[in-house]
Design a protein around this ligand. Structure first.
Ligand code: ZN
Length: 269
């Protein structure tokens, strides 16, 4: 072995020895480091898993206080509805959104957002649905007035392109897209949830494993199928086997048991 090679060998083996000594020191510290890492991972896991909503991308990434919506009652409610609890606010074609209603939102990772107060129950429902081996996807949630206006105008324009007269197009559009100001989605308490394997918003959605599970279990988490079949005259909205509304666990259990829609439960129909 040449001198240079020997020097290199000594240097490198010296490094190795030093590294080994160092690693023994590291080994001595390892239990403490491992415990710390495991604790951090557990905490992170809790945060990540805890936000598992919104289909594959669903995760809460923070909440934004748009405005305080009041703890128990709804600001801006007209007389007669003033005592209505936040989770039972009725919004339908005959009962528009309370004025200046701005819920505090929790955002999901895929851009969806819900009223922060229903988020824990929603999280639990989605976690349990997935634990049952299913693949739910939240495809719509909170909408601003502007978003609802855009959806409505889009639908109207499509109908006019198909040959409908302006006035008729508006009436027709209102059958499938809520008139701005009358959509529950503006409350942040309504969600459209579909099966990842079938994402069409049509009546066939009711046959998907996700809908079967949600229809049987959502009430346990405070959610009701808001526009059930056979209740369109009362709700003003066609059968939508994908639209769920948070009303709280107690109300949802009663409504599920007695097969009531929200209007019937509130005695407003
Ligand atoms: Zn909906």
């Amino acid at each position: 072995m040449s001198y240079r090679k020997q020097q290199r060998y000594r240097k490198s083996s010296g490094k190795c020895r030093r590294r080994r000594r160092k690693s023994r020191k590291t080994c001595a510290r390892l239990p403490a480091a491992l415990i710390g890492t495991v604790l951090i991972l557990l905490l992170c896991g809790r945060v990540i898993l805890g936000g598992g909503i919104g289909g594959i991308t669903g995760q809460a990434v923070g909440s934004q206080a748009v405005a305080a919506a009041g703890a128990d009652t709804v600001p801006g409610q007209e007389a007669g509805r003033a005592e209505q609890a936040w989770n039972l606010v009725l919004v339908n074609p005959w009962n528009p959104m309370p004025e200046n209603y701005e819920p505090e939102l929790t955002y999901l990772r895929n851009g969806q957002a819900v009223d922060s107060r229903c988020y824990p129950d929603l999280q639990q429902m989605m976690d349990d649905c997935r634990a049952a081996g299913l693949d739910p996807l939240i495809c719509a949630s909170y909408r601003t007035m502007e978003k609802q206006e855009a959806l409505f105008e889009d639908k109207e324009a499509r109908l006019i392109r198909e040959g409908w007269a302006d006035d008729d197009a508006e009436t027709e559009a209102a059958k499938t897209v809520a008139v701005p100001g009358t959509s529950e989605h503006q409350l942040g308490l309504a969600l459209d949830i579909v099966d990842m394997g079938y994402q069409q918003l049509d009546t066939q959605q009711e046959n998907t494993p996700v809908q079967k599970w949600l229809m049987a279990n959502s009430w346990k988490y405070g959610f009701i199928l808001r526009y059930p079949t056979g209740k369109s005259d009362i709700t003003g909205i066609i059968y939508e086997p994908w639209h769920y509304r948070y009303v709280g666990r107690e109300a949802a259990a009663e409504m599920y048991e007695d097969k009531l829609c929200l209007e019937e439960y509130l005695g407003i129909n």
